[in-house]
Design a protein around this ligand. Sequence first.
Ligand SMILES: *Cc1c(COP(=O)(O)O)cnc(C)c1O
Length: 570
Amino acid sequence: MNSWKAFTGEARIAYFSMEIGLSNEIPTYSGGLGVLAGDTIKSAADLKLPLAAVTLVYREGYFRQTIDADGWQQELPRNWQPESLLELLPLKTLVTIEGRDVKIQAWLYRVKSPTGGEVPVLFLDTDIPGNQDEDRHITDQLYGGDSAYRLKQEIVLGIGGARILDALGFTIRKYHMNEGHASLLTLELLNRTRKPVEETWDERASWDTARVMEQCVFTTHTPVEAGHDRFSYDLAAGIMGEVVPFTLLKELAGKDLLNMTMLALNLSRYVNGVAKKHGEISKVLFPGFEIHAITNGIHPFTWASPYFVNLFNHYLPSWATEPELLVRVDNIPDEEIWDAHCGAKAYLFQFIEETTGVRLKPEVLTVGFARRAAAYKRGDLVFSNLKRLLEIGEGKLQFVFSGKAHPKDMAGKQVIQRIIQQIESLRGRIDIVYLENYNMDIAARLIPGVDLWLNNPLRPLEASGTSGMKAALNGIPNFSVLDGWWIEGHIEGVTGWSIGPLPTESSTNENHSEADIEDMYRKLETIIIPMYYDQRSEWIRIMKNSIGKIAYYFNTHTMMRRYVTEAYIR
Ligand SMILES: *Cc1c(COP(=O)(O)O)cnc(C)c1O
């Protein structure tokens, strides 16, 4: 019954995230941000870091995707039973929404590492008898509803999250906001640290922003102005009332709109972007703030296929808790790397045949592309010139795609539809499959099972990206636009290949579609296809470099050590 009390003895880092993806069974994530949060928590457990995570329970999950005969995405509910996987904690807290008291309860999930480390994750829930009907639905849908619904969720996450940690007896040494959705927690902290007015004789000076700053760490993930959460002050006044005086709130969160990123920036001593370039871009977006960069990672054990787990266990024991050891990948014989890869490829192809009926050819160079179907990721870019693609790739290339579009993202759904249309137009010449309902299980099977991992976002919109790191860990070479983490991981012809122009550091609106397309076709034709078919040992060298020069570094163990030394214990 008092299970959580094991976690309250030691002061912890509270890690707040709107979405957390720990496993497929807990469908409270939509994409990279959530999976990163889950991987962060798993590495924290492996490293025995004192962390406690907070998110919302989303009883309706993120949706299940099907694709109809017209290639149009359909959304089905993905209900799940928190009670079958999580433990309901007995203490509750309250927040005020539209003048009503809204009760919040928390479900506990314990992330346990083989090292003995453990991290509690609290899933907040307003579906409690006694709450008004509409309030019981606040924690139902991830990224659903309108901006009023979102603001209510952010009140529950930020203010409710800080309060429930307190109610449960947690001592918090730092609050880490993973993206701006949890920024309202700073207002709760401001109220807690407020000095009596009679001490200062000055209303403004009674709000100790410096003390709140000392407690807060903020990671921004969004490289474009429009991507940041903003609410009108009218909406905020109606929904959350005056948590702190509006004059003060406007000073901290923006004059005209309540900007969650601004609020977090103004109240965090340490702020970072999620790759070096993203840090630079954030400095341009938010002049006057000191913004650092800690590049994202992936959790090694979660994302290594069973074939590579066996291989690494044999040749590089303790790699999973000390991924730096992957630097010694050259101890593994080439044939065993190739065999492990063929195992992962066969395992994927079996899944493809079972779910789509399509039998891909094991000997053909297979290109993978899977991630959220957002327009900026340009999933259909490789089909820009079908004639050219056929000249280069007929009989020599096949493609596996997957990815969900947000239900309201028509441009994203159109990208999916255009990819599906190519299945017909290229049938018999270049095989293409689109796997429905991309999720963590499909990612874990798809990414290690292709031969080449393609990524061609519109610069500079990929703040970091992580799926390419999952590929590298499984010896899959990256073929990617130089944006996000790939600028740091890329060595041309050594760890993989770039697409399009070299990155320039500060520009925030580069668009080189024509150059990207041309470069993609040229490298496929003159470098990648010939190497795959005719220089297998060269290809395996790139596979090994992906493990030894990328995966050994771009992981959440390394990333968390940096958060500890650069952000948490400063
Ligand atoms: C890793 C992962 C992502 C992130 O992919 P990017 O290419 O980095 O955007 C998204 N969805 C799932 C299910 C993942 O596992």
